[in-house]
Design a protein. Sequence first.
Length: 125
Amino acid sequence: MWTEAQQAAIDIKKGSILVSAAAGSGKTAVLVERIIKKITDSKNPIDVDSLLVMTFTRAAAASMKEKIYNALLKEMEKHDNNSKEFKRLKEQSILLSSAKIMTTDSFCLSILKENIDKLDIDPAF
């Protein structure tokens, strides 16, 4: 299903990655798979709201959140409702609303807003 390069982007364990490719090449699917794999890692799971995922458009960011949510629901179907795994996935679906999946512009603006008191900028910029 995945090309060698796509599988490598999904499987790499350490550090940040940059997925850059032409439109329609499967970047979003690769990132969604990578995120789900990190969330469901049995040895070192991460919380979805600890990630920073940047895209170029708001539509792409919204689409990615929706695809992650749907992937979480699909993973939840594999587990009993009372299981530890199900509860963790349910928690991640809730945390998704506060996950930093946004445009580059939105990320930069959030940094400015979080640090406005340290900057010599009019807060009403």
